[in-house]
Design a protein around this ligand. Structure first.
Ligand SMILES: C[S@@+](CC[C@H](N)C(=O)[O-])C[C@H]1O[C@@H](n2cnc3c(N)ncnc32)[C@H](O)[C@@H]1O
Length: 358
């Protein structure tokens, strides 16, 4: 008889993830997806702190690998460790740990942004990464569930046996490994009191591609519960842990989707979903990070599809590179992309030092 403990499906444990992971049955989870904390504290000299942190992460990852099924996947989302002007991209350090634990690398996704802290003595950091590893060669990958529009949807072969036939898949293309989902910051309807939430769309892409209906998805660092919220919405089971009681409560409130006794929701999205289902207006309701007296109207806080941000990023980067080329070659600079106005180069910012990272 199997005497392994039962999996606590659709729950979030309040407490440390390592002890909790040790209590879970071996080979029982289809996907682990998480963004671990990497605020490394001040108690050590930076390099020692980083080594110590990676040792702790290795212990957590070893448990994640143990609980993964043979067909399972792990996605670890990390940025960079920055200290006193140094920058160490964390995925470089995690990659060998994951390989050493017997996992097989599949994709390294760059999550690109246009905004962030401005470097003074190095290039500003404008991406984080998602490392996707599998436990074996037998793994789930549903490309059809995550296809995006082709750039030239109706392009056809213009010669040869297939002349006139569509030359690209009309169902869309592979989304590739550069993703541009907008960061959950001010004016994003998913924003809760948590400072670094996953955008729900990013997690939806991961879950749709790497799992099937009814799969079990684990996040050992649940934070505000984004992985659980998306799993619930897509018909997957979730489980995870979170040490901070405030964030744990936010996650449970997002999952419930109902207001507390004071009519408060954890974010604008939950409020809007509740009001849309119940009918009527938003009067009498509010959400945790609300700024004004009333919840913002739909047009002023909306989530655009990734394609919008992809196009915006492409236009912006193309413009910046053309501008750079024009400047050093001494030829006229191109106009900024539609709707964008540039300040002249070298304009001093208004002294808000917190906008700069070194
Ligand atoms: C980067 S955040 C995750 C945010 C999450 N992806 C979301 O969408 O809200 C990392 C979270 O791990 C939690 N945490 C830190 N150490 C932990 C531990 N040992 N066990 C469980 N959770 C922990 C922190 O409180 C923080 O909320």
């Amino acid at each position: 008889m199997d005497d392994q403990p039962a999996l606590p499906l659709d729950t979030i444990h309040l407490g440390d993830c390592l002890d909790w992971l040790r209590s879970l049955p071996t080979g029982s989870v289809d996907l682990v997806v998480s963004s671990p904390p990497y605020n490394l504290g001040k108690e050590y000299e930076a390099r020692v702190a980083l080594d110590h942190y990676l040792q702790q992460q290795r212990a957590v990852l070893a448990e994640c690998v143990r609980v993964l099924r043979h067909t399972g996947s792990l996605v670890w989302q990390v940025g960079a460790f920055a200290d006193a002007g140094l920058l160490i991209p964390l995925d470089i350090r995690f990659f060998p740990i994951l390989e050493d634990l017997g996992l097989l690398p599949r994709s390294r996704v760059v999550w690109a942004r246009t905004h962030g802290l401005h470097g003074r003595r190095k290039f500003s950091c404008r991406h984080e990464t998602l490392l996707w590893f599998t436990k074996s060669d037998n793994y789930a990958f549903d490309l059809d569930a995550v296809r995006v529009p082709q750039k030239y949807q109706n392009k056809r072969h213009y010669r040869g046996d297939r002349r006139g036939e569509l030359s690209c898949n009309p169902a869309g293309k592979n989304p590739g490994d550069i993703w541009v989902f907008r960061n959950v910051k001010h004016n994003h309807e998913e924003q809760t009191v948590h400072p670094c939430q996953f955008p729900e769309d990013l997690i939806a892409r991961v879950l749709l591609a790497l799992t099937t209906d009814g799969a079990v998805v684990l996040d050992p660092y649940m934070g505000s519960g984004t992985v659980a919220v998306v799993a619930q919405e897509l018909g997957r089971h979730y489980l995870g842990a979170e040490t901070d009681p405030l964030y744990h409560e936010v996650a449970l409130r997002r999952l419930a989707g109902t207001p507390d006794q004071g009519g408060r929701f954890p974010n604008l999205k939950t409020l809007r979903a509740f009001v849309a289902l119940r009918g009527g207006g938003a009067e009498g309701y509010s959400f945790d990070v609300q700024v004004g007296a009333r919840p913002t109207e739909q047009e002023r806080s909306r989530i655009y599809p990734e394609e919008h941000h992809r196009q915006e990023l492409e236009e912006r980067l193309t413009y910046e590179e053309e501008h750079f080329t024009a400047r050093w070659r001494g030829v006229p600079a191109p106009p900024p992309p539609h709707g964008q106005h540039d300040r002249p180069a070298n304009t001093q910012h208004n002294g808000q030092a917190s906008l700069f990272d070194d």
